[in-house]
Design a protein around this ligand. Structure first.
Ligand code: GTP
Ligand code: MG
Length: 372
């Protein structure tokens, strides 16, 4: 793979370069235009000062890009964040990609507990994809961060692309650009480095990376889902909420009428059912507090934002959208996860349970077959 980016587009995020308005996307000081590879001021700041990437695409821009893909013959690599599978799924992709094959990639494998059974996880993803109306040609797990699974991914891409272009698509923040950087690092030449950041909306336009003389791989901007928790918390709290390394599942043996708080981000009431385990999969830095259901309201009112119920801490806890309740009545038998999109999930025992979950309004809370 050779790395080369068209002139007058930022090599980090793909945005069109301009020298007129420092406040608008794509700005560079005019002196920088002489350089062979141009990096916009925003990318420079993200890279060197970890600044928040503010500019974002609207859905129409994204749909236009997807339509473009549908009109060409290519392999579509759909990337999801395996820690936030449902939140990062990106609905309706199959309507746009036309007859093109889709390779489904579960990235951020390094965040799951080390003991995970990856075969089972792949089958789980195949099943869930089918339920969601997608039939990928294959499913690959990887970690752009650690380099796990990259060889498998390269093999699968070369099998299924049949010498055609490859488009890397997915929701914002799933790690598309990180994945391409990893591919370039291990298989490429040159020093192209795409801009990545913990904040959504980093890549702003398509970026072409030639694979050989005839074909290319394209990084694309991720679509933004306003309901994701990342848009509701401050940058500092986002750091605490997003896991950075393998999650340590935390096991609680609960009786009914007990409650778990995940910081001030969510509340899980075990309303009725036999004693069973509640296994919490969330960032290791979210404080989990257990209490009696009858005390939960009062505790939340008086202690949210304190050491007991944080993150978010202090004032920021009360700036979250108000809690909304979702009720689940789970029959005995199968192992289920209750997912709080972007925050994590709780795997219940198999005794059957009535569980009420409170999460900030807009955050989707759902139930699925257990992933682990
Ligand atoms: N733990 C972990 N983090 C990852 C991995 N891949 C990417 N990340 C992190 O996820 C965040 C988003 O990565 P990007 O590569 O910018 O994601 P993107 O999909 O290109 O995002 P947009 O350009 O906004 O659509 C960054 O903080 C990355 O460091 C991974 O395999 N494991
Ligand atoms: Mg990107």
């Amino acid at each position: 793979m050779e790395s080369m980016v068209e002139a007058r587009h930022c090599a980090g995020c793909g945005v069109g370069i301009q020298i007129e308005d420092p406040k608008k996307p794509g700005f560079v000081p005019s002196g920088a235009l002489a350089k062979e590879k141009i990096i916009c001021q925003r990318c420079f700041r993200i890279k060197h000062y970890n600044e928040v990437a503010q500019v974002s695409m609207d859905d129409n821009d994204f749909i236009q890009i997807l339509n473009e893909i549908g009109a060409t013959k290519a392999l579509v690599v759909k990337v999801v964040d395996i820690f936030d599978f449902n939140g990062s799924w990106l609905k309706g992709l199959h309507r746009f990609v036309g007859a093109n094959p889709i390779l489904l990639v579960g990235n951020k494998l390094d965040l799951l507990p080390k003991a995970i059974n990856t075969n089972r996880l792949v089958n789980w993803m195949k099943y869930e994809a089918k339920q969601l109306g997608l039939k990928p040609v294959d499913v690959v797990l990887c970690s752009a961060e650690k380099g796990t699974g990259i060889e498998r991914l390269v093999e699968a891409m070369s099998t299924y692309r049949k010498r055609q272009d490859v488009y890397i698509v997915g929701a914002t923040n799933v790690g598309k650009s990180s994945l391409i950087n990893r591919l370039l690092k291990e298989y490429g030449e040159g020093d192209t480095e795409l801009t990545t950041s913990r904040f959504p909306g980093t890549t702003l336009d398509m970026i072409e990376i030639p694979i050989d003389e005839k074909t290319s791989m394209f990084d694309t901007p991720g679509i933004i889902n306003r309901d994701q928790i990342v848009h509701m918390v401050s940058p500092e709290d986002l750091k605490l909420i997003s896991p950075e390394k393998a999650i340590n599942p935390k096991v609680f043996q609960l009786n009914d009428n007990q409650t778990l708080f995940l910081g001030a981000m969510a509340r899980i009431d075990f309303v009725r059912g036999d004693k069973q385990s509640f296994v919490v999969y969330a960032s290791n830095r979210i404080h989990i507090h257990r209490t009696k259901l009858e005390k939960a309201d009062e505790l939340y009112l008086t202690h949210r934002g304190t050491d007991i119920l944080s993150p978010p801490s202090g004032e920021k806890a009360s700036m979250l959208p108000p809690f909304r309740r979702a009720s689940f009545k789970i029959p005995p038998g199968e192992k289920k996860d209750i997912v709080i999109s972007g925050l994590g999930w709780i795997t219940l025992g198999t005794a059957g349970a009535w569980v009420d979950v409170y999460a900030p309004e807009g955050v989707s809370v759902l139930i699925r077959n257990s992933l682990i």
